[in-house]
Design a protein around this ligand. Structure first.
Ligand code: ZN
Length: 390
């Protein structure tokens, strides 16, 4: 590959061709280098990011994190949300993530402060970053379903998808009905925090599958975490996996969160806490991997580097060396598909010119060790240096 031509509107005009170009077309010489499409981080929490020092979680548990953030959210301002989110967005962009989907709490504690602030950022950053927002309707505090039902449509209007956290709902059937009905009313997809526990006796897959069929949401629902699948016996897992495939549901594994939060208190043979990454991927299910939280009470670490996340997924998900390309797909075309980016994503003519130009000879090496040199382009413009300085 020698040249990539980028149109004035920031789309790829031609790849690998030379010849005459119009004056407003940008020619990028990539000879001797490899080009990957921009990485896709399909699951973050930009309303929470960077809040670690204000919301500590000494227990390191999920409930500890939820309580710490709920208390913090009651005093948060729009300016604070925007500043923390923008810093993380800039770091992610500088490391090659040109599309991010973020869940944003909408509940009695956070109200609409987070989602309103992120709506503004989504518009302000549209020339650099494809940002999708999930209205994360939390059954918390006090499991106030009336509040959720009364406010979900206003949240859905602002968001790109509807989300929630199924395992903490005390009335999951009623809760899921609220989410699915709103998604159907607004024609929006659903992205669920399915579970973050390893208790095989309580999972909610059947309730979700029934609603996917009832509301005709096949191909439009993503199940995040799904950690409990690693605790479920093989026969039952196979039945659930078959349903996920049949209904064309996506799965997003979040290794940082699972490694950090799951298995607290289990001193001997602590579990990895991830879903059955290898089995799901080999079954042909669309499974992506993502950052989840970055430097907040849920996960104290996080750099926004999707190559790091892909590496952890391969190791913690017990993939093989031969599956390095699969891990690469989990931060590129698979999450792009789950986010519905369609023809805007990729390295073909007409796609957004979001790309990671690097000195790795193939995708395997990119995931395995990362590049020594890397330039990130967003809509054809370099953003790595700018973002790093932000
Ligand atoms: Zn999450």
């Amino acid at each position: 590959m020698a040249d990539i031509l980028v149109s004035a509107s920031g789309q790829i005009a031609r790849v690998g061709e030379t010849g005459a170009i119009s004056p407003d077309t940008l020619r990028i010489d990539v000879s001797g280098l490899a080009v990957a499409p921009g990485f896709v981080d399909a699951h973050q929490h930009l309303d929470k990011t960077g809040s670690l020092k204000f919301a500590s979680n000494p227990s390191g548990t999920l409930q500890g994190a939820r309580d710490a953030f709920a208390a913090f959210a009651r005093g948060v301002t729009p300016g604070d949300v925007a500043a923390r989110a923008a810093r993380t967005m800039a770091r992610c962009l500088s490391r090659g993530a040109t599309a991010i989907r973020s869940h944003i709490n909408v509940d009695k504690d956070a109200g609409f402060i987070g989602i309103n602030a992120l709506c503004d950022l989504r518009a302000d950053w549209a020339d650099r970053l494809t940002l999708q927002l999930v209205a994360f309707m939390i059954p918390h505090p006090r499991q106030d379903y009336e509040w959720l039902a009364a406010n979900i449509d206003a949240a859905a209007e602002r968001a790109d998808a509807i989300g929630g956290t199924v395992a903490v709902a005390e009335d999951p059937a009623r809760y899921l009905d609220i989410l699915f009905a709103s998604a159907a009313r607004h024609g929006k997809p659903i992205d669920l925090h399915m579970d973050e526990h390893l208790d095989a006796s309580r999972h909610r897959f059947g309730l979700v599958f029934e609603r996917v069929r009832r509301f005709g949401m096949q191909g439009r629902v993503v199940l995040s975490h799904a950690s409990v699948l690693s605790a479920i016996p093989d026969g039952e897992f196979a039945r659930i996996s078959d349903q996920i495939l049949e209904l064309d549901l996506g799965v997003i594994t979040l290794p940082a969160a699972n490694l950090y939060i799951q298995g607290r208190g289990q001193e001997v043979l602590p579990p990895r806490g991830l879903t059955r990454v290898a089995a799901l991927a080999r079954a042909g299910i669309r499974i992506a991997t993502a950052s989840d939280n970055i430097q907040d009470p849920f996960i104290p670490t996080g750099s926004g580097d999707m190559l790091e996340i892909a590496r952890w997924t391969l190791l913690a998900g017990h993939l093989h060396a031969s599956e390095l390309p699969l891990a690469y797909g989990m931060i590129s075309h698979v999450p792009a598909g789950l986010m519905g980016l369609g023809a805007n994503y990729g390295l073909h003519a007409g796609a957004r010119a979001d790309m990671v130009i690097n000195d790795c000879e193939d995708a395997e090496r990119l995931v395995a060790g990362g590049p020594d040199k890397m330039i990130v382009l967003a809509k054809g413009r370099p953003v790595s240096e700018d973002a790093a300085a932000a």
